[in-house]
Design a protein around this ligand. Structure first.
Ligand SMILES: [Zn+2]
Length: 259
């Protein structure tokens, strides 16, 4: 894509942004349904206040929300800005993977990962829990995309080492912290999420992810004023995972070149 002419590149990015926005809309809705005990795959989108089923014109990402002034067309109940925000975030994620990997299998792989991380973050923010099924899906997706990589065996070995290092390392730290603090310091879901991302990033970039997650986590905890109450760590890990996915390879290469 980056080698094609500017109009074509812009067209591809536009379509990608739209696709990402639609995915964001779906994921936000799916996370809402998941946390409210509704079935994720069943039923059409509806206004949470009056139950009115949304028509096609009300389902255009971001634009519908702007056109309706952030209100339901029927009952005028305000519609949270979270809807267009979710669409915007996923549009950015989709555009970033295409800029990074062009239109390729790798872009598809990381778009899937980005979607799952986004869903997990929304659920974790709402319920303080990271559901296992989407993480299992991300692990299966990692395995399925392996043959599309130029060096699949290296990626397999690096991924397993990264998963073990991050998952095992965090488990050890968490168990020690539990002992010192006398309470659960870190959720099992957070450890599983780190192990999962270790698969994608391998040990070196995994370490970078770990450091960034802690920085982002502290910043988020500070911003949200969560001093003594429990704080969802999943969104911090997901947020940190994105720069690692996009720039981790260069960052680690640069670091290793220092010696
Ligand atoms: Zn309504």
């Amino acid at each position: 894509m980056l080698h094609s002419s500017l109009p074509i590149a812009l067209y591809i990015l536009g379509v990608t942004a739209l696709l990402g926005a639609c995915l964001g809309s779906f994921l936000h809705c799916a996370a809402w349904r998941h946390t409210h005990g509704e079935q994720v795959w069943r039923g059409r989108s509806h206004c949470p206040a009056c139950g009115h089923t949304l028509g096609a014109a009300e389902l255009v990402p971001v634009l519908s929300w702007l056109a309706l002034g952030g209100k339901c067309r029927w009952c005028k109940a305000p519609i949270s800005a979270k809807y267009p925000a979710a669409e915007g975030v996923c549009a950015l994620v989709a555009v970033s993977v295409v800029v990074r990997w062009d239109v390729s299998w790798q872009a598809a792989e990381y778009l899937v990962l980005g979607c799952i991380l986004f869903f997990l973050s929304l659920v974790d923010l709402e319920t303080m829990e990271l559901p296992g099924a989407p993480m299992a899906a991300a692990a299966v997706s990692w395995l399925l995309f392996l043959p599309a990589h130029p060096q699949p065996w290296e990626r397999l070995a690096g991924g397993l080492a990264g998963g073990l290092a991050l998952g095992g390392g965090m488990l050890a730290v968490a168990l020690m912290a539990d002992r010192v603090l006398g309470r659960e310091s870190m959720g099992g879901g957070d450890i599983k999420l780190l192990a999962l991302l270790g698969l994608y990033f391998g040990p070196a970039q995994g370490l970078l992810l770990l450091i960034l997650s802690c920085v982002v986590g502290l910043a988020l905890a500070f911003a949200m004023g969560a001093k003594d109450r429990p704080f969802p760590f999943g969104p911090a890990i997901a947020l940190a995972a994105w720069p690692v996915a996009l720039f981790g390879e260069q960052a680690v290469g640069w670091y290793l070149n220092l010696f």
